[in-house]
Design a binder for this molecule. Sequence first.
Ligand SMILES: [Zn+2]
Length: 197
Amino acid sequence: MSSTQNNQSSALQAEKTLTPTSTSMPEHISLNKWEDSGFEWVGEIAPGSFERLATSLTTEHAQSDLLIKANLYRRNNVLHLAFTLTGEVWLTCQRCLQPIVIDLTDDYDIVLLDNESQIRLVNEEQDYLLLDEIITEQSPERLLPLKKLVEDEILLKTPMAPKHDDCEMTVEQFGEIPEEEGTENPFAALASLKGKL
Ligand SMILES: [Zn+2]
């Protein structure tokens, strides 16, 4: 009887270790809770679960999950949201309308400033956002919209009108294909049969 319980708990543990990334990406991170201790999230997410990105994804090619490692941390008293993205998305080539792959793999790091007076704390190349402008949720907690910020960066990296480097040849496919009366044509086959009889 106790063995059943043991089996159940070990099965649960096995499931846990097999799918460490099963929790879905949090929409928000509570800054009240995490801005001092830091916050990390690692997981996989389907490109289609980003609503704005989803509208430009092609349906002509399978999409693979994106691997995301996000890290909220404080350095020199400045809050950062950093994330590493690994993966690609399939969009539609605006020239030949065939699927085109866009690699999103990159490291991203955004400084999150309390107000404009902190701008002097960051160097010129550093991306920054003002927390007042990105925390829009009406909530007693200060909620950082993690998923939205990640999607913003993906959209910035995604070309508005993606085109293959070289896809002129495929335009020929859209020309008129002359109809041929091949042997597969059942009427032609019937006609020739008739002639023989
Ligand atoms: Zn193309």
